[in-house]
Design a protein around this ligand. Structure first.
Ligand code: C2E
Ligand code: CA
Ligand code: CA
Ligand code: CA
Length: 278
């Protein structure tokens, strides 16, 4: 603010100050949210398209803000990544999701695959494989029941460290999926180089499936590509019967979306699963 003229400065300051202070306030709240146990996980079912059975659940983070209500990750994930708070937050997510997975197994709800979203920052700053090993050990969740979701951004980087971490994760026995597939980068080379298990087709393609032949062409191509490379393919964001029918016809393996259930708290998930009959 030194070199700008009076009027300009005032205009600029008036415009920026509230945003900066709001951000500072949010950061302060974010810092104490873990201690105050304000985070909670919601779960959304993962459905096998052939059997129609529930094969897993994706854990999705929510912040029960004392004044603002339930906040979605979009409202705070950016700041959490900027400040590095994403590291302790995601560690909590991992521990909590594994703990819940074991509870469901022990209460007879069946062996579900628990899918957890990882942040690119974790791969850059943490030995993710050591964290995962520790979390599995202390929760007693079988490694095969844990799936880690990564975005294309992590996979595209030519960092040896990331390849090593992924190979270690694979040796532990957890599975790895590519989230939001098709939206990140045009290079497909990384699919060959990483020990992946599943592609998750981004919901932007699924959304237009029934009325845009180009969306159908892309979905069909991703399913074929996945299968040729021995990967499972899941379609995200299924909201309508018509989308489901088309995905079934195309040979998609699994689906997820509001058509079955929105992400819900663990108790509601268990209830939904029980009334659905497995
Ligand atoms: P994502 O991993 O792609 O998760 C799917 C998002 O799509 C979720 O949004 C979910 O509520 C929404 N969704 C599911 N089915 C449908 C549908 O049929 N229609 C529509 N319109 N939306 C659907 P959510 O829960 O707000 O999460 C947003 C993003 O935040 C996630 O996208 C993920 O990238 C990130 N995220 C969520 N939890 C965590 C976490 O624990 N750690 C990290 N690092 N990121 C997380
Ligand atoms: Ca995800
Ligand atoms: Ca143990
Ligand atoms: Ca996704």
């Amino acid at each position: 603010a030194k070199s700008v003229g009076g009027n300009t400065w005032r205009f600029f300051a008036a415009d920026m100050a509230p945003r900066a202070s709001q951000k500072a306030e949010l950061e302060g709240e974010l810092r104490s949210a873990l201690k105050r146990q304000e985070f909670v996980l919601y779960y959304q079912p993962l459905i096998d398209l052939r059997s129609g059975g529930v094969v897993g659940a994706e854990a999705l983070l929510r912040w029960r803000h004392p004044r603002r209500g339930i906040l979605s990750p979009d409202a705070f994930l950016g700041l959490a990544e900027e400040t590095g708070l994403i590291l302790p937050i995601n560690e909590w997510v991992l521990r909590e999701a594994c703990r819940q997975g074991v509870v469901w197994q022990e209460t007879g709800l069946g062996v579900l695959r628990i899918a957890v979203n990882l942040s690119p920052i974790q791969f850059r700053r943490q030995k993710v494989s050591e964290l995962v090993r520790d979390v599995l050990d202390s929760s007693n969740l079988p490694p095969a029941s844990l799936e880690l979701e990564l975005t294309e951004g992590i996979l595209i980087s030519h960092d040896e460290q990331i390849v090593t971490q992924m190979e270690l994760l694979r040796s532990i026995g957890v599975s790895l999926s590519v989230d939001d597939f098709g939206t990140g980068y045009s290079s497909l080379n990384y699919i060959r180089n990483f020990p992946l298990h599943r592609l998750k087709i981004d919901r932007s393609f699924v959304k237009d499936l029934a009325n845009d032949p180009r969306a159908l062409a892309i979905v069909r191509t991703i399913i074929d590509l996945g299968h040729i490379l021995n990967l499972q393919v899941l379609a995200e964001g299924v909201e309508e019967e018509a989308q489901l029918a088309m995905l079934r016809a195309e040979g998609c393996d699994e689906v997820q979306g509001y058509y079955f259930s929105r992400p819900v708290p663990s108790e509601s998930f268990a209830e939904w699963l029980t009334t659905r009959g497995g």
